[in-house]
Design a protein around this ligand. Sequence first.
Ligand code: NAD
Length: 322
Amino acid sequence: MFKITAYGVRSNEVSYFNDLNKNQYELNLIGDLLTHENVETAKGSDAVLLRANCVADATNLAKFNEWGIKYVFTRTVGFNHIDLKAAASHNMKVARVPAYSPYAVAELAMTLGMMSLRHTTLATSRAKDGDFTVAPALFSREVHSSTVGIIGTGKIGATEASLYKGMGTRVLGYDPYPSDFARQFVTFVDLDELLAESDIVSIHVPYFPGQNENMVDEDFLKKMKNDAVLVNTARGELVDHGAVLQALQTNTLGSFATDVLPDEKLIFGHQFSGELPNKIVESLRELYPRVLMTPHIGSYTKPALTDMIAVSYQNFEQVLAN
Ligand code: NAD
């Protein structure tokens, strides 16, 4: 039987892997993400199935090759954790899940944007502390009469646009390849106009290592409104977090909400009682509730997980059929 070692399988995900499998594959489900330390757990498998933040670099891929593992699949949309050049040099097949419930990430992006715009986190944290006074800081814009700027209007960005459109919000978009689907909900403008006009800017661009790191930099932030909300549910590497911190400290950015971080495996998946290992991220965390962070949970929903596993199994079916 074709044996798959799947990494980063959380305890509540095991039954989904087993139920959708229908005894087609022998499964070796590993709770931890793939690292240099636990790579040996794949020995004897025909294929590996990864999650974001698994280390599929040249070193680990060379080991897979040595052990005859020729299929390196990921159950994610993003594939920046796989060294594609190294995989090609070993003639390995790489596949991802190009689409799963786009509502999972789109809804989270929208939730984070709306929480920030309407100051709901500030209001609820004050109430938690027993403070039910109506402070001027709780005075807010309305989502309905705001402008949202979506950068990257692919599956997730266009879905978020459709959700905002349903609320009557003005939706601007920037994408070099606007789809017909996105055009239904988005008015496409150039990036500078989007940044100058938007109350919420939401990033949904894929991260291409060596190409678009720190796409959101000081210059980008300067073009945004001083009270704008920046939301990132795409990849942490796209944002210069030092520049975001400075913009928040100088009040040239209203708030920042993120589901992703650069080198996030040092932080996400761990519990800290003291400071975070990354000074800039720690300084950002201290700005709560102007800064909201979630531990890469955009796709952590039942429909998305079901799609991800089902499509991953289909990917294996396809390569085995050829
Ligand atoms: P997609 O491929 O459908 O859409 C990406 C869009 O970005 C495309 O339309 C592309 O033309 C556009 N684009 C590329 N470079 C651009 C640029 N410089 N400026 C503006 N637009 C640009 O991808 P998707 O399914 O919508 O996913 C988007 C990203 O979301 C993924 O690449 C992934 O990194 C991230 N993601 C995060 C989570 C999470 O859990 N937080 C889950 C899934 C995906």
